[in-house]
Design a binder for this molecule. Structure first.
Ligand code: KG4
Ligand code: ZN
Length: 428
């Protein structure tokens, strides 16, 4: 099955075309194209994503990105019968009524190409920023209208879960055949994710532990009560005057800090002095010992705020300490995420652990999770998505769309359906 997917839930405009095979039992994918355009430069100066700007950028960029995806997957064929696709011009005008710039480009470009050989259009309907989501949803509706193709509505978080399936045509980033049994196993199922599985989803808007009984069967067993892990990275980075998005910035500073020799001098301090004497920087690990699987990161953010205020009052040059503070912020977040994931894996008897979402790009989280899974769990296997597919992209939406079509969990709607809509707070 060939799936064309559209993702516009936040600040990445993305279109992908992938081929899915193997059904729910043994899903595997080949990415034919996955074009992602980040709007980060636009939102950077505001310190976070501005929904109206995100909408404007998606509108302006969807057609060029879509065209690139068709070219890359070799599905772009010019048509000689110009206008043959304008079967529903009036409905397209109505569908893209609120996206005039997209409409104009749509009407110029779509009639010039042949209907590509795709089976279904997948689109993210939520969760995310509603104005941004609507652009993708309306684009999908308009395409489905002129091409007469079915649409499948996809939950963005399911996309983050199934990103783990998107490598080398299927699962291959299989990290730990931990148990001896697994290590010696030559069975062909070696790379197949075994259920139940626990997924840790960590993005800018979500922090969730999800129990997966099989593909398409998800139960949230824990989630953040306030800020998401990515949001905590972003907000604390802002306090340290680091640019948006903060996660990669904090990670970079922390990595530098770890590289410094103990005698390395930053400002007036050696690293040893900083660690031993200066400001014994120790941030809280909120809810790490709570019996449930919920998270809370707003307390950590406030602790950073107070710590910085205190340092300023003492006339300390915060810039000198930024790498050290970043290291501690990252470690506090990583400690909580790993501890809860390991406990949930034990309690639910999960055989597999899946990591997903933008924060899953974090190298320390990946490395420390690998180590702890190996040391503390005897029989669970950790699956990590390829680093570049942890942040938002349409390939993961296409993969989730494939599983949904196979499962028919969400009925595949045809283009006349009026039910398809953006749902900012959609749950898994
Ligand atoms: O999944 P995603 O691309 O978008 C949402 O659905 O929210 O995640 C974006 C989040 C941002 O908060 C960003 O700071 C964080 O992922 N992030 C990271 C790293 N790369 C992205 N956080 C920590 N370390 C990273 N390397
Ligand atoms: Zn995301």
């Amino acid at each position: 099955m060939i799936i064309l997917a559209i993702e516009t839930s936040c600040d990445e405009t993305s279109v992908a075309i992938i081929e899915g095979k193997g059904g729910l039992k043994n899903p595997s994918f080949e990415i034919l194209s996955n074009i992602v355009l980040s709007q980060v430069k636009i939102h950077k100066k505001w310190g976070g994503v501005v929904p109206s700007l995100a909408k404007r950028e998606h509108q302006a960029n969807l057609i060029p990105i879509f065209k690139k995806a068709l070219i890359k997957s070799e599905l772009l064929k010019p048509t000689t019968v110009v206008g043959s696709q304008n079967r529903q011009p009036l409905s397209v005008l109505a569908i893209l009524n609120r996206e005039p710039e997209l409409l104009e480009q749509f009407l110029k470009f779509i009639p010039t190409i042949k209907i590509p050989k795709i089976d279904v259009i997948a689109v993210t309907v939520g969760p995310g920023l509603e104005p941004a989501l609507w652009v993708g949803v309306n684009f999908a509706k308009a395409l489905a209208t002129v091409w007469n193709k079915p649409i499948v509505a996809v939950n963005h978080m399911e996309g983050h879960i199934v990103a783990v399936l998107l490598q080398n045509g299927g699962i291959s980033n299989f990290q730990f055949p931990i148990s001896k049994k697994n290590q010696n196993s030559k069975s062909k199922n070696k790379n197949k994710i075994q259920f139940p599985a626990i997924a840790l989803l960590v993005s800018g808007g979500h922090t969730e532990l999800v129990l997966i009984k099989k593909w398409g069967d998800y139960k949230i067993v824990g989630q953040t009560r306030d800020d998401a892990a990515g949001e905590c990275f972003d907000k604390t980075a802002r306090m340290l005057e680091l640019p948006y998005p903060g996660g990669p910035q904090i990670a970079k500073q922390a990595e530098n800090f770890k590289k410094y020799p103990l005698t390395f001098r930053m400002g007036g301090w050696t690293r040893r002095e900083m660690e031993r004497e200066a400001f014994n920087i120790k941030l809280p690990r909120p809810m790490i010992d709570s019996k449930d699987y919920d998270f809370s990161f707003s307390g950590l953010k406030t602790a950073v705020l107070y710590m910085l205020r205190d340092m300023k009052e003492r006339h300390v040059n915060i810039g000198d300490f930024t790498p050290m503070i970043c290291n501690e912020i990252q470690q506090a977040i990583v400690d909580v995420l790993i501890s809860k994931t390991i406990r949930a894996t034990k309690e639910f008897g999960a055989k597999s652990i899946i990591l997903g979402g933008g924060v899953a790009a974090n190298k320390e989280l990946r490395a420390q999770m690998k180590k702890d899974v190996k040391d503390k769990l005897s029989s669970a296997v950790l699956y990590l998505p390829p680093q570049k597919l942890t942040t938002d992209n349409a390939a993961m939406i296409a993969a989730a769309g494939y599983l949904r079509v196979i499962k028919r969990k969400t009925a595949v709607t045809n283009w006349q359906s009026l039910k398809l809509k953006a749902q900012g707070n959609l749950e898994l």
